[in-house]
Design a protein around this ligand. Structure first.
Ligand SMILES: NC(=O)C1=CN([C@@H]2O[C@H](COP(=O)(O)OP(=O)(O)OC[C@H]3O[C@@H](n4cnc5c(N)ncnc54)[C@H](O)[C@@H]3O)[C@@H](O)[C@H]2O)C=CC1
Ligand SMILES: O=C([O-])CC(=O)C(=O)O
Length: 313
């Protein structure tokens, strides 16, 4: 019997892609192929080699290569798509739609050709619509096309709750539903610290400000950075999703999933709680929502539909 290492391709070797590649290798989740455009082939090779040269110091045995040739990605188990432009202060994620739809579709043509059995995770923004574009281009089953937003949005929400209470982030639980935009829906009713509901620990006005800060959490980083968007927490989120799949952990994680009737939505990608395991999205949980929560989710779904409507498939 030959045991083979897993192969993970990261498309886009910019801030999020390069950070993800390094974190994946540090966790020895598999060998990593970092892909960018031909004009950036040498810098991409350089980043990969630089990361590899950290391996003796940090003691990891994952290989990392940089390339612009999709043949190097052939047979990947997981493909993570971070290719595209990032927003700058004053822009919304939706302003990226036209440029990034073209990029994501062209990347997916290659993924379909060279990695037909892969599970694909999309990060490029506006991510709900880009996941939809990827799904339509790839033609893969819905369990193998997954967008990243909920892990990151939930991580921000949990960070702010832990800061508010001055407790360990490890004991904070919660999640965020809906699209990856300013009308996402952090679910206070399903949030707890060490099993204690947060609305018994934090005054309502403070919870409301945590919810609002979460909704615009991406923009807060964009404004601070000045010339790009977040990448450490987004990369950590992609790594958690990849680990859940490659180790078949069956974690309950909010991700952007294709909905066919769940929550009353059809032919739409939206952030919902799922089981993430070896087959990708193995189940979508349909939670009971209050009328107010459902109205928030409907608003978020409408925003995603509006963005999808401008994408030509
Ligand atoms: N869904 C989420 O939670 C998050 C999404 N993002 C999104 O991720 C995307 C990437 O962000 P960054 O890495 O910060 O941007 P970046 O500009 O640092 O890197 C993007 C990379 O994509 C490459 N690229 C462009 N076209 C390509 C193609 N056709 N094939 C291969 N590579 C290509 C660029 O050359 C560049 O190296 C942005 O759209 C950003 O908005 C970022 C953070 C969180
Ligand atoms: O805000 C952005 O443009 C990048 C992103 O999606 C995030 O950090 O949540």
């Amino acid at each position: 019997m030959t045991i083979q290492r897993k192969k993970i391709t990261v498309v886009g070797a910019g801030f999020t892609g390069a950070t993800t590649a390094l974190m994946l290798a540090q966790k020895e989740l598999g060998d990593v192929v970092l892909v960018d455009i031909p004009q950036l082939e040498n810098p991409t090779k350089g980043k990969a080699l630089d990361m590899l040269e950290a391996s003796p110091v940090q003691g990891f045995d994952s290989n990392i290569i940089g390339t612009s040739n999709y043949e190097d990605a052939a047979g990947s188990d997981i493909v993570i798509i971070t290719a595209g432009i990032a927003r700058k202060p004053g822009m919304s994620r939706d302003d990226l739609v036209n440029t990034n739809a073209g990029i994501v579709k062209s990347v997916c043509e290659n993924v379909k050709k060279y990695c037909p059995d892969s599970i694909v995770i999309i990060l490029s923004n506006p991510v709900d619509a880009m996941t939809y574009a990827a799904y339509k281009t790839l033609g893969f089953p819905k369990n193998r096309v997954i967008g990243q937003s909920g892990v990151l949005d939930t991580a921000r929400y949990c960070t702010f709750i832990a800061q508010e209470l001055n407790v360990s982030v490890e004991d904070v639980r919660g999640f965020v539903l809906g699209g990856h935009g300013d009308d996402m829906v952090p679910l206070v009713r399903y949030s707890s610290v060490g099993g204690i509901p947060i609305d018994t620990l934090i005054p309502a006005d403070r919870i409301e400000s945590i919810v609002q800060r979460t909704r615009v959490g991406g923009g807060e980083i964009v404004n601070l950075l000045g010339n790009g968007s977040a990448y450490y927490a987004p990369a950590a989120s992609l790594v958690q999703m990849t680990e859940a799949i490659l180790k078949d952990k069956k974690r309950i994680i909010p991700v952007i999933a294709y909905l066919e009737g769940e929550y009353g939505y059809n032919d739409l990608f939206l952030g919902v709680p799922t089981i993430l395991g070896g087959n990708g999205i193995e189940k979508v949980f349909e939670l009971e929502l209050t009328p107010e929560e459902k109205a928030g989710l409907d608003k978020s779904a409408d925003s995603v539909r509006n963005v999808i409507s401008v994408v030509t498939i």
